[in-house]
Design a protein around this ligand. Sequence first.
Ligand code: NAD
Ligand code: 0WE
Length: 269
Amino acid sequence: MLKLDMGFLEGKKILIVGVANKFSIASGIAESMHNQGAELILSYQSERLKDKVMKLGNTWGCETYIECDVSSDESISNMMDVIKNKWGYLDGIVHAVGFAPANELDGDFVEAATREGFKIAHDISVYSFTALAKAGNSLMTGRNASLLTLSYLGAERTLPNYNVMGVAKAALESTTRYLANSLGPQGIRVNAISAGPVKTLAASGVKSFKKMLTYNAERAPLKRNISISEVGNAGAFLCSDLASGITGEILYVDAGFNITAMGDLTEIN
Ligand code: NAD
Ligand code: 0WE
């Protein structure tokens, strides 16, 4: 993308949680935000990802990398301390994290469901957004700051195998509204992007994912799938002052798939 002198995120300091590799949705968001002039701090889940994340982050001018496991309050609190020392404040947090145990995402919902799987999926994919908002709150007050998370249509409609992640995404979308209402008086906005399917690490190993991509591309009004840079551009906008009147919103970046109720019937006799 063309980089102009002044981007619409110039002067904004943003924490991005969820980069694993160059295919990550968080990487698309990081790149768009960097192109619009934002300064970024990246967190990574564990030591195992550190080198890869640092190599990527260096291409976006990042100087600070922090290990953070979002299932631990202590880990989140340590990360915010590092940010406080480095920047003193924060203008935004991107939450691009989702996880459920693999056995929950394979087969019939009722058969695959377990109490432990539900707990893990909701802890890592849902509560972590509130945990980041809570721990980052004091760094963001009075700065027109903005929080962003990533959802999927499985929050609202059923599809094969998505199972407990759909239930978790529904809770995440509700969390987006409750956070927006809670933090609005401080000038903090909270939004989500409901992205179409993208071949990322989290999608690899998902049964028939290729078929899902084909199905989505055939049905979507734009007749194609979306890219992480399209999610990135929408995310950069939502976290910018251009979106100052938008909070509690779930924005679809899905080539229009969600508005359709039937395909073109060509496969039907
Ligand atoms: P990804 O695998 O690249 O990113 C998932 C990230 O979550 C990884 O960076 C991983 O390290 C991180 N993570 C998992 N557990 C963690 C923990 N305990 N602590 C810290 N980090 C942890 O996959 P992605 O598709 O880019 O996923 C990002 C977000 O986008 C997820 O919320 C996902 O549900 C959502 N999403 C994905 C798609 C898709 O089709 N890929 C579509 C819509 C929404
Ligand atoms: O939110 C997601 C990814 C969710 C996800 C994927 C995995 C696979 C590997 C969460 N946890 C795990 N755990 C693992 O062990 N998406 C929107 C992408 C996705 O994942 C699916 C999908 C789609 C679409 C899983 C089943 C069916 C459809």
